[in-house]
Design a protein around this ligand. Structure first.
Ligand SMILES: Nc1ncnc2c1ncn2[C@@H]1O[C@H](COP(=O)(O)OP(=O)(O)OP(=O)(O)O)[C@@H](O)[C@H]1O
Length: 280
């Protein structure tokens, strides 16, 4: 990990106003990120996605974000105009979402979508943009990049679609990628292939990664450090290599739920919960 801090988040809160009252989705989350891979793990509804979305100003209209600090280098993410956001979102920080089916435009070829993503942030002619797009499809290990370039999203598999999404998000050369459950719509073998591609690209290009997932095993094998979230709070921050030393009972409970390779076939444990866990 480099010592330079890229992203600094202090006391982030996200609250949604709903007809049934306020939903306090993120409660006082703080962390610093260098050029490293940070995993955010936790059960459904724990506030992982809303933490990632708040960083990019993608919180739904009924949500309110407050933070003592939310800076990317010297850019104050809490106070950007739409014009300033266009220089950050996609260009310096990109987000890879869960399912390419909902993120790719169904009536535009894959090539045109990648070119559009590139030309949004780089002034190049059509020929050069096409060249870059094909190279990028090649970089995400698509064997026949020309064919995929000319295909529509429905003509490629889920795993291929997610590689296309990675190509599209990485082509502007962002410094930080936020990947929100990027492989959870894929079957396990394809999931590992796609993660390996993302892992190589992040390393080769010297990018930072925030990897959001409910899968502790996947997160700990691809990240340097892990934030464990529970009911909107970060309840534990730990090096991935030291997960076995986790102190918080929720993290220990998650670890105990992982399947073991030692031939122990006992029932999976039931996670005991305490109200005090969420007190931060
Ligand atoms: N627009 C919204 N209005 C009201 N509540 C919302 C809204 N968006 C998210 N929430 C709530 O915020 C909480 C945190 O959601 P978030 O999506 O961050 O969870 P998560 O940990 O990413 O879970 P999952 O893995 O299921 O996506 C949840 O209770 C969710 O229902």
């Amino acid at each position: 990990m480099s010592n330079e801090t890229l992203l600094s988040v202090k006391n982030l809160e996200v609250t949604f106003n709903t007809p049934k009252g306020d939903v306090h989705a993120v409660r006082g989350v703080s962390f610093d990120l260098g050029c490293e891979r940070l995993g955010i793990v936790g059960e459904s509804g724990s506030g992982k996605s809303q933490t990632g979305r708040a960083i990019l100003g993608l919180t739904a209209a009924n949500g309110k974000i407050t933070a003592d600090q939310m800076t990317f280098h010297d850019v104050d993410l809490a106070n950007l105009t739409p014009k300033q956001w266009r220089k950050v979102r996609g260009a310096r920080i990109s987000m890879i979402m869960q399912d390419p089916k909902y993120s790719l435009n169904p009536v535009m070829t894959i090539g045109d979508q990648i070119i559009e993503a590139y030309r949004e942030h780089h002034k190049v002619n059509a020929k050069e943009a096409r060249h870059r797009a094909i190279d990028m499809l090649d970089a995400v290990k698509i064997r026949d990049p020309e064919r995929v370039f000319n295909s529509y999203p429905h003509e490629v598999s889920g795993g291929m679609g997610q590689r296309v999404m990675i190509a599209m998000m990485l082509i502007p050369d962002p410094e930080l990628i936020i990947a929100d459950e990027p492989t959870s719509a894929l079957d396990v073998t394809v999931q590992l292939q796609v993660m390996a591609i993302l892992d190589d690209l992040v390393r080769d290009r010297g990018m930072a990664l925030i990897f959001i997932s409910h899968d502790l095993q996947l997160v700990s094998s691809f990240c340097d450090r892990v934030l464990v979230m529970y009911q909107g709070h970060v309840v534990e921050e730990i090096k991935a290599s030291a997960l076995h030393e986790a102190k918080h009972p929720y993290t220990k409970g998650l670890l105990n739920c992982l399947p073991k390779m030692d031939g122990d076939h006992s029932d999976l444990p039931i996670l005991e919960r305490e109200a005090s866990w969420a007190e931060g």
